[in-house]
Design a protein around this ligand. Structure first.
Ligand SMILES: [Zn+2]
Length: 56
């Protein structure tokens, strides 16, 4: 089972349960809802930097 993190809201989404998905720079992102996908697509660069857990 493949779990993915919804980069917009931070929820963990199972691949088969993902409501939406989007590709950005060759990576596929999964979303809990189409609303999260829309937010991602407005500004993918803002959300696609999940490698650095920046906490202020
Ligand atoms: Zn979400």
């Amino acid at each position: 089972m493949a779990m993915h993190k919804d980069p917009v809201c931070g929820m963990h989404v199972e691949e088969k349960d993902a409501a939406a998905r989007s590709e950005f720079r060759g990576k596929t992102y999964y979303f809990c809802s189409s609303g999260c996908k829309e937010k991602f697509q407005v500004n993918p660069e803002r959300y696609a930097t999940e490698t650095a857990p920046a906490r202020s």
